[in-house]
Design a binder for this molecule. Sequence first.
Ligand SMILES: C[S@@+](CC[C@H](N)C(=O)[O-])C[C@H]1O[C@@H](n2cnc3c(N)ncnc32)[C@H](O)[C@@H]1O
Length: 205
Amino acid sequence: MWIHQFINKLFPARIRSRELREWKVRDFAGPSPSCIKRRVLLRLGILEGTWVETGTYFGETTAILAEKAQQVYSIEPEPALCARAQALFAGRGNIEIIRGTSEQIFPGLMLRLSGDVSFWLDGHYSASMTFKADKDTPIKEELAAIAQALPRLGRVAVMVDDVRCFEPSHPDFAHYPSRLFLVEWAERLGLKWHIEHDIFVARKD
Ligand SMILES: C[S@@+](CC[C@H](N)C(=O)[O-])C[C@H]1O[C@@H](n2cnc3c(N)ncnc32)[C@H](O)[C@@H]1O
């Protein structure tokens, strides 16, 4: 598994072009490849502010966000993935890898945030060695904590990955709330929202 990350690191352009080739073979059907999703983050996030990522996994997105961000907090509950990322980013002053679930970490982390903040909400069970609790996604808790913190933050961008999974009538996604839940959350808070490349985007400008 680390081999995958090692190869990604050595040959990012080759990985990107393979992802794009495979996407073309699928006639550009969703979900969009990671390299496209990362472009959405860089285009719609508030790059130079603070980023909060849930689900560090191999730290690939973490590293990209940290190139511009003032500070990146990335949360990972799976012990081996978390330790790996902490070692990978040791000495990188603007990256903090936090061990725990979003449900545990968000309430305290929100109190540390100020100014412009972008959220990449991508922490969920995704097979293989990824963390699995009694439910597959902490999205409801994450959004509730963000809603509470919103009035005292500056500009905010919230990006929720894998919108295709927000379909609780599907047996694989029974733990996910509906897409309407995301829309109503954003509307209630007066946020502008849209969906692109399988990502729900809500912004306070
Ligand atoms: C799809 S991967 C994240 C990919 C990564 N954000 C990226 O952009 O490359 C999902 C990660 O979320 C983690 N995870 C699972 N449940 C979680 C929870 N309750 N809170 C935070 N992270 C969680 C998994 O262990 C896994 O590493």
